[in-house]
Design a binder for this molecule. Structure first.
Ligand code: ADP
Length: 647
């Protein structure tokens, strides 16, 4: 109540700080303008002209002000003379009989006086000389008062800031530093995103929609004795549409929606984060029912303690503690729901994840073929596209792509089509866009020697040949030796979307990856640095087989994986030196065995490998059909490959 009374009070004197500035400037200008004692300014003249007037006997009196300015008063008779009337009429106000008609500055007073005396004597004149000191009273007064005016101005400024801060309750922080930076969307703000814009993600969408419903009709749930959840955590890989979902909630919920990012709490000052959390929840409670959305919550929500080397994380911990307290603090009936998004749920503090805080965890996965198709449909809506464009085909060509990647493909395709001055975006533009996004920019003018080119061609042909011969290797889409981004050539596969992977599948993939180096060995009997990325991939995979998935016989059914993310900071190995040696040996054994397998395969099919490499050198890009001509039908066909083949 007290707060409600307060509001009109602060509004009553409609007073703006800028008025003070305006008043100060006005006073200053006023003094500049009217600083002189007289309202009319005499006409400026020169010393030479003045001497002529003096000699003519036109001057009645000379007033010397501040020893540098001479003011000339004319005799009554002279004032009527044409020459003076014309000149003095130009001035701001006509000088009266008691005002000076002219003024000028002279150099040295002594010289000036001597000149006047000489002229007076020569012409026998009666002209009077008077001395005067002119002081700018207003100016002096202003200068004396200026510091006080400034101090009072600043004081009023600070008071105003403090009083507005007190409304937010953040302890009246000076300069608002402790106030939350959340952006507020409510009925008045026009959020265009709706659930229609979110393709796929059915499960997640349903959960989120339910949250909106909780806020709209709480009694429906509470009447049966249920409690409304306090928070929901959206977890998923980057670009899978978590922020988009939250935006859709903002667009549809029609309740105040506070949106901010985890890093918005962080500031260089200690204690600010916690204060911002308090402020955020206070604002949300005032406007309840409301939704708070915290994007990238891992910025503050990382597991506390243990791995704190430097103590520098204290501020983050305070912020997190405050968040936990606030989430616990408000009763279920306050109708404030916290939505948060992260792609690293594994590193979040366990306290944050327990029921009663983020009661619900909503997993937002990378889209599957069907979902990709829907996402394509959403993002193709605004494009002018070829009518025959097949979204099924596009969805199949983009395994492993996230929603953000697909949005990017659509945009890139439109740009490529525009670059080619096309009227509509065609299938080829989409394929080019996929190539561009997976492989990077085509580098047509990269200088490659014929020898290098040959090596690259055999390397890629090696991948293609081995993968063609192995049952579990991913089916090939195309092979290219056009340099793109960092790579000099590439064999493109359409990986099967597997949920669980068996060891033989992993081994076949590793063998195909080593096919490049094996081909160089078989053909040229020498190897090169070109296989770096293959080796990296293979080594990681072999290490994962041994240390993470427990797929190695010698090491056994063990895993050294720590899903809590704590071991990231740990310098100690969770296994003994002896085991470490064994792990290294096993990794090496796996890789060497697959390399030998690839070499053997290629030795057996050396002729076909050479044919393929030569064709590749000639055409630069070859597709599955060309391979089929050389190798005949592939002995094994995955279910997915059959689908692709029919499109
Ligand atoms: P994040 O999960 O990293 O928060 P975003 O929600 O910011 O990802 O997604 C980035 C962009 O990707 C969105 O703006 C949208 O254009 C596109 N996108 C992602 N997922 C989807 C989806 N399911 N449906 C439609 N567009 C999507």
């Amino acid at each position: 109540m007290a707060e409600q009374n307060k509001k009109p009070e602060t509004k009553k004197p409609k007073f703006n700080v800028y008025w003070i500035y305006a008043a100060i400037i006005l006073i200053f200008l006023g003094i500049q303008f009217f600083g002189g004692n007289s309202w009319s300014q005499p006409t400026k003249t020169t010393q030479g002209e003045f001497q002529t007037f003096l000699k003519n006997g036109d001057v009645e009196k000379i007033e010397i002000v501040n020893k540098k300015l001479a003011k000339v008063y004319l005799t009554e008779e002279a004032r009527t003379k044409d020459i003076h009337a014309k000149k003095t009429n130009n001035s701001f106000l006509d000088p009266g009989p008691n005002d000076a008609a002219y003024q000028f500055e002279f150099g040295d007073l002594q010289n000036f006086e001597n000149t006047i005396y000489n002229i007076k004597e020569e012409n026998d004149l009666e002209t009077k000389i008077v001395f005067d000191t002119d002081s700018n009273m207003w100016g002096d007064l202003f200068l004396t008062l200026l510091p006080f005016i400034i101090i009072i101005g600043i004081w009023i400024f600070i008071m105003r800031r403090m009083s507005s801060g007190a409304g937010g309750g953040a302890g009246g922080q000076i300069f608002n530093i402790g106030k939350s930076k959340a952006k507020l969307f409510d009925e008045k703000t026009d959020v265009k995103t709706s659930f229609k814009d979110v393709a796929g993600l059915e499960g997640a969408k349903e959960e989120v929609q339910e949250i909106v419903d909780f806020l709209k009709n709480p009694t429906k749930y509470t009447s049966l004795g249920g409690k409304i959840p306090k928070g929901a955590l959206l977890v998923g890989a980057p670009g899978t549409g978590k922020t988009l979902l939250a935006k859709a909630v903002a667009g549809e919920a029609k309740v105040p929606f506070f949106s901010l990012s985890g890093s918005d709490f962080v500031e260089m000052f200690v204690g600010v984060g916690a204060s911002r959390v308090r402020d955020l929840f206070k604002q949300a409670k005032e406007k309840s029912p409301a939704i708070i959305f915290i994007d990238e919550i891992d910025a503050i929500g990382r597991a506390r303690g243990k791995s704190n080397f430097s103590g520098s994380n204290d501020e983050r911990e305070n912020t997190l503690n405050q968040l936990l307290t606030e989430m616990d603090g408000f009763g279920t009936n306050t109708n404030v729901i916290v939505l948060a998004a992260t792609n690293r749920a594994d590193v979040l503090d366990k306290a944050l994840m327990r029921a009663g805080r983020f009661d619900r965890q909503i997993y937002v996965d990378l889209p599957d073929v069907r979902e990709r198709k829907e996402i394509f449909e959403v993002h193709l809506r605004p494009l002018k596209k070829d009518d025959s464009l097949d979204t099924d085909f596009l969805a199949k060509q983009t395994p492993g792509f996230s929603g953000a990647d697909i949005a990017n493909v659509c945009n890139e395709a439109a740009l490529i089509a525009a670059r080619k001055d096309k009227k509509e975006v065609t299938r080829q533009d989409f394929l080019d866009a996929v190539d561009r996004i997976v492989g990077g920019l085509e580098k047509k003018n990269k200088i490659i020697t014929p020898d290098e080119k040959k090596a690259i061609a055999f390397h890629e042909a090696g991948h293609a040949t081995v993968s063609w011969m192995l049952e579990h290797a991913a089916p090939l889409v195309k092979v290219t030796i056009v340099p793109r981004g960092q790579s000099l050539g590439a064999a493109w596969y359409l990986p099967e979307e597997r949920l669980i992977v068996r060891p033989e599948q992993m081994l076949d993939e590793m063998c195909a990856a080593l096919g490049g180096r094996a081909a160089e060995k078989v053909i040229f009997n020498e190897i090169s640095t070109g296989a770096l990325s293959d080796l990296e991939k293979v080594t990681k995979q072999a290490r994962a087989m041994v240390t993470i998935y427990g797929l190695n016989e010698k090491i056994g059914n063990l895993t050294y994986y720590d899903s809590s993310g704590q071991s990231e900071y740990n310098f100690n190995k969770p296994y003994s030196e002896k085991t470490a040696e064994m792990i290294d040996k096993e990794i090496s054994n796996i890789i060497e065995a697959q390399y030998q397998r690839a070499v053997d395969l290629l030795e057996a099919h050396k002729d076909k490998l050479t044919l393929l490499a030569n064709e590749l050198l000639e055409k630069e890009v070859i597709f599955k059909d060309n391979l089929q001509k050389i190798f005949g039908d592939r002995p094994f066909k995955s279910s997915q490959e059959e689908e692709v083949a029919t499109t």
